[in-house]
Design a protein around this ligand. Structure first.
Ligand code: UD1
Ligand code: UDP
Length: 358
């Protein structure tokens, strides 16, 4: 059977890597890159580092307002799908590329499988939440990473399409994990940091970057931490920090976005991870590093339930307090809510069974 995988933004390349590898054992795959992310450090580097086949199509859509970006992706994907005529389309996560890809396919009566389905923050002001809800409702197969994600979808009447497979980001993390120690030996000294002697932070969420007051509070919090902070800066955030004229303290080291292995390495040896990223909250937990999340809600609720993640919003005092918390008790592997690291294989096999019905 022939599937089209649609990706466009950094976290989707990470998710595509293990799924594509498993999928290609049983199916033909055509990769479409929408071009939502286009900087080498946010895009190309992930394809080479994670051994993903070069995209068969790059739609080159680029940045823009939500309507324009989503609309352009929709129109461009429709043309590709009419040409390729796949049996099914696979979309990942919750970006504008996810929504546009699913919508283009379903309008052409091509069934859609959603990888990382069922997640909810229950905050409809997040663009990602709207993308998740709509994508789930127009998808024929919902591959959920966790039991709670399945339940969310079931509560919305989607039970017949739901399948619990585990988290594909855990698959790729496990595949890369053996390389972390060797990479740390050169990466940490190059940043003049030591294991456990720094915090790692990322910020890019619209609610945190688009409001100068919120962004100032977040940076005030980081500036007040008594420890070096490594800050790989998303281009959106760099642009707005410059625009607002917000300065980082000397101990906060802004660097370019890093590759995937470097990001895992920096997380693994951090004293604390401080982030508003979805994927990073989960990776910190899977790597055994306490996370502090710069949001009021999260869709990765399991990390909070087991005590490895604390939500502090944008309050600098709450950040400092969370920073003092001791590390919680380890979660045994059999209680890992994100599965066993074999989600991609389950997805590929499920698509094989499903393709018999298409
Ligand atoms: C997008 C996703 C978000 C995801 C994030 C991962 C949506 C609505 N948002 O947010 O869910 O968590 O990707 O990183 O889909 N830019 C560059 N170079 C690039 C890409 C972007 O400079 O290669 C800058 C542009 O100024 C652009 C801004 O970043 O306007 C935002 O990019 P965009 O893709 O719209 O959203 P993200 O914030 O990256
Ligand atoms: N990531 C990376 N380099 C960076 C920042 C993030 O490789 O400089 C990885 C991170 O480890 C995770 C994914 O990108 O696998 C998360 O992407 P992001 O935070 O951009 O998006 P979100 O998960 O919030 O949608």
């Amino acid at each position: 059977m022939k599937f089209v995988s649609i990706v466009g933004a950094r976290p989707q390349f990470v998710k595509l890597a293990p799924v594509s590898r498993a999928l290609r054992r049983y199916h033909e795959e055509v990769i479409v890159h929408t071009g939502q992310h286009y900087d080498e450090r946010l895009s190309g580097t992930f394809f080479s580092e994670l051994g993903i086949s070069a995209p068969d199509y790059n739609l080159g859509v680029g940045s823009g307002l939500h309507g324009a970006q989503t609309g352009e992706i929709l129109a461009a994907i429709e043309r590709v799908l009419l040409e390729v005529r796949p049996n099914g389309v696979i979309v990942f996560g919750d970006t504008n590329s996810t929504l546009a890809g699913a919508l283009a396919a379903v309008k052409l009566h091509i069934p859609v499988a959603h990888v990382e389905a069922g997640l909810r923050s229950f905050d409809r002001r997040m663009p990602e939440e709207v993308n998740r809800v709509v994508t789930d409702h127009i998808s024929a197969r919902l591959f959920c990473p966790t039991r709670i994600a399945c339940e969310n979808a079931e509560h919305e009447g989607l039970a017949a399409r739901v399948e619990l497979v585990g988290d594909v980001m855990y698959d790729v993390l496990r595949q890369m994990e053996p390389q972390i120690n060797a990479r740390a030996a050169t990466l940490l000294p190059s940043l003049t940091i030591t294991p456990g002697g720094y915090a790692l932070t990322t910020i890019h969420r619209a609610a945190n970057t688009d409001d100068p007051v919120v962004m100032s509070q977040l940076i005030e919090g980081l500036n007040s931490l008594a420890m070096p902070v490594i800050f790989p800066v998303h281009p959106r955030t760099r642009k707005l920090l410059d625009q607002y004229g917000i300065a980082l303290a000397a101990h906060v080291q802004a660097i370019e976005p890093v590759g995937y292995l470097d990001m895992l390495t920096l997380q693994r040896f951090a004293h604390r991870v401080v982030t508003d990223s979805g994927g990073v909250q989960k990776e910190a937990f899977l790597l055994g590093v306490p996370c502090i999340t710069l949001r009021d809600t999260t869709e990765w609720v399991e990390t909070v339930a087991v005590g490895w993640n604390v939500l502090v919003g944008s309050d600098p005092a709450a950040l400092r307090m969370a920073f003092q918390r001791p590390a919680p008790a380890p979660v045994p592997p059999e209680a890992n809510p994100y599965g066993d690291g074999a989600a991609s294989e389950k997805i590929a096999l499920s698509l094989r069974r499903w393709s018999g019905e298409l």
